[in-house]
Design a protein around this ligand. Structure first.
Ligand code: GRF
Length: 219
């Protein structure tokens, strides 16, 4: 059984998180707003994009958050790219990494550096519809319920222990676009909630099961 490792900061500072993005950054925005509203006790130490034109970089800068681009194409290998990411994250004492629309697979170098401390948001009720275009996959499959998942990142794509999920009903009149928009609204609710939960500690991962430990340690 594995226990929470992110824990609380001895200095009393809100724990630093690093947010990795590739594009629009609406989930990043949700994290920024949750922190401003006091719903998420964290500090975004840095936002890193693997694409210099990622719209989320601008959102971060507008909020006064340091935002940098590290284009993966500048590096000869995934490991070299991840080393560069890790240098920036470590330099800012990042405790938890949040992938928010980050379109790169996470490799061994990164996973080993942040054990049980990398989260991702995915727009389906995993394990259904991993991979790209998850909302369209659900729509095409004809599911009556769709949703979003926040999970820990492991070596297997979209397969890590699940922290939080929320469902939305699929309506007869939905298109892939209207469904994706409703899923995005719940992504914006559950990502800050999941990050708060993980940072608060008091949880365990047993096999694939993420569970919160009662305060007295009993089950
Ligand atoms: C979201 O749908 C997220 O679930 C998926 O990529 C999309 C990113 O959107 N992993 P944004 O950049 O946060 O707006």
């Amino acid at each position: 059984m594995e226990r929470s490792v992110v824990g609380s900061d001895p200095t009393g500072q809100p724990p630093g998180i690093g947010v990795l993005i590739s594009g629009r950054g609406s989930n990043l925005q949700a994290l920024i707003e949750a922190i401003a509203a006091g719903r998420l006790r964290a500090r975004i130490a840095v936002v890193i994009a693997n694409r210099p034109d990622a719209q989320g970089l601008e959102r971060a800068r507008r909020a006064g958050i340091e935002a940098i681009a590290i284009p993966h194409r500048d590096f000869p290998s995934r490991a070299a790219f991840e080393d560069a990411l890790l240098r920036e994250l470590r330099a800012r004492d990042v405790r938890l990494v949040c992938l928010a629309g980050f379109m790169r697979l996470v490799g061994e170098t990164f996973l080993a550096a942040f054990p049980n401390a990398i989260l991702n948001i995915h727009p389906s009720l995993l394990p259904a519809f991993p991979g790209v275009d998850a909302q369209k996959q659900a729509w095409e499959h004809g599911t009556k319920v769709a949703g979003a998942t926040v999970h820990f990142v492991t070596g297997e794509l979209d397969r890590g222990p699940i922290v939080l999920q929320r469902a939305v009903a699929v309506k007869d009149e939905d298109t892939p676009e209207t469904l994706a928009a409703r899923i995005l609204d719940i992504e914006h609710e559950i990502y800050p909630e999941a990050v708060e939960l993980v940072l608060a500690g008091g949880w365990t991962i047993d096999g694939r099961r993420f569970t919160r430990t009662p305060p007295d340690g009993r089950r």
